[in-house]
Design a protein around this ligand. Structure first.
Ligand SMILES: [Fe+2]
Length: 385
């Protein structure tokens, strides 16, 4: 038995933003709160969304989160506004962070205890305010996931409300909204999507439908990420990457993640890192570790990532999966080496131990059991690479 959860409505492709008014007509909101960030507002994307709302734009108020990351305090502030002002629809517009704040605020608004007791898996007791999510990057895929991720300052890491009730009612994935991304951001967010696809494909709870999404995402990313990185105006590549990020996330949210995301949780908050850079440093080495005992699965991944595996043994083919990721990282100028982030050798073991501790809530999803010694080995490989 398996099942798939995803938004009821998905508008995809160039010009998808124009579908917003149609969606609003179906939902009939009386008061709408837009949650977004300063960059997206400056780029004029919020104005374009308002225009696409037709007469509904007169029912809108906007909250611009001044911080680059969403944290518990921001989500609770938005939730308070939603309660006080009676919004019956939240529209999130932006990269992963504003969308996660929108999802968090939508469910925290109907739970009087605040956000912290809701962090974890399946802790919600009721449905939140409906959300429409409009990503302006192609990576996190949060517009289609059943989790709202935020920074928890007192714990120095990110945590999530993981519950199907955080799922958006509708997502609008319009590649024209991603044209603004500079090469570095294109590379980082694209890598996040790639890791969702790889980990989702190999996760314990992967099923035939989730694999259909994750395998197609890998196929698209290997073909189009480098193109989008080299030429940000390449509309075909932008469109393929926007679709890939969404497909990867639908797959992963229905199958699970793995040790790359788990161990990255402890690295994210170190100076010089963010979510995507942490994934880059860990992905090739965790994939090499996970390959052992899962050769057939990794041979499949190698094939989806465009490696030529005809005539090779399953063992040989499986080795090519991590090579393909290293090759993509190299082409988009991202390092998979801890040394490049000014991590010193004596810091490697404590960093690995901390990542192992913080990663406990995601590590059980990994296809191969990871001990603390294994985590240290992975970090040492990432340092020596
Ligand atoms: Fe991610």
């Amino acid at each position: 038995m398996y099942y798939i959860v995803q938004p009821k409505i998905l508008y995809m492709g160039r010009g998808a933003l124009q579908g917003l008014e149609k969606i609003l007509r179906l939902m009939e909101p009386r008061r709408i709160l837009i949650i977004t960030g300063p960059t997206v507002t400056k780029l004029g994307i919020v104005d374009r969304a308002l225009q696409a709302m037709g007469s509904y734009k007169h029912r809108v108020e906007t909250f611009i989160n001044p911080k680059p990351e969403g944290d518990v305090a921001i989500v609770e502030e938005c939730a308070r506004r939603v309660r006080e002002r009676g919004y019956d629809l939240i529209i999130g517009i932006g990269g992963g962070s504003p969308l996660d704040v929108a999802k968090g605020a939508a469910v925290v608004a109907v739970h009087e205890e605040g956000m912290r007791p809701l962090l974890g898996r399946d802790r919600l007791r009721r449905k939140g305010i409906p959300t429409v999510l409009v990503p302006t990057t192609a990576g996190s895929g949060t517009e289609v996931t059943q989790a709202a991720v935020v920074h928890v300052p007192e714990e120095g890491c990110k945590k999530s409300i993981w519950d199907p009730r955080t799922m958006a009612e509708a997502a609008i994935v319009d590649p024209e909204l991603t044209l603004h991304m500079p090469p570095g951001l294109t590379a980082e967010t694209g890598l996040d999507a790639l890791v969702h696809a790889v980990e989702g494909y190999a996760a314990h709870e992967a099923n035939p439908i989730s694999k259909m999404y994750t395998s197609e995402a890998m196929r698209l990313i290997v073909r189009y990420l480098v193109r989008a990185y080299r030429d940000g105006s390449d509309m075909e590549a932008r469109e393929a990457m926007a679709r890939a990020a969404t497909l990867a996330a639908i797959g992963a949210t229905n199958s699970g993640l793995g040790a790359i995301h788990a161990l990255a949780l402890g690295l994210d908050s170190w100076e010089g890192f963010n979510h995507c850079r942490s994934l880059a440093v860990l992905a090739p080495w965790v994939m090499r570790f996970n390959r052992v005992g899962n050769e057939t699965l990794y041979a499949d991944i190698a094939r989806y990532l465009g490696e030529r595996v005809e005539g090779l043994s399953v063992e040989e083919a499986s080795l090519k999966a991590s090579e393909a990721v290293l090759c993509i990282l190299h082409e988009v100028g991202m390092s998979s080496c801890l040394k490049d982030y000014e991590i010193r050798e004596e810091e490697v073991k404590p960093l690995a131990r901390e990542a192992y501790r913080v990663g406990q809530r995601l590590l059980p999803m990994n296809i191969r059991e990871v001990s603390e010694e294994d985590a240290i080995g992975i970090f040492q490989k990432a340092f020596g690479a």
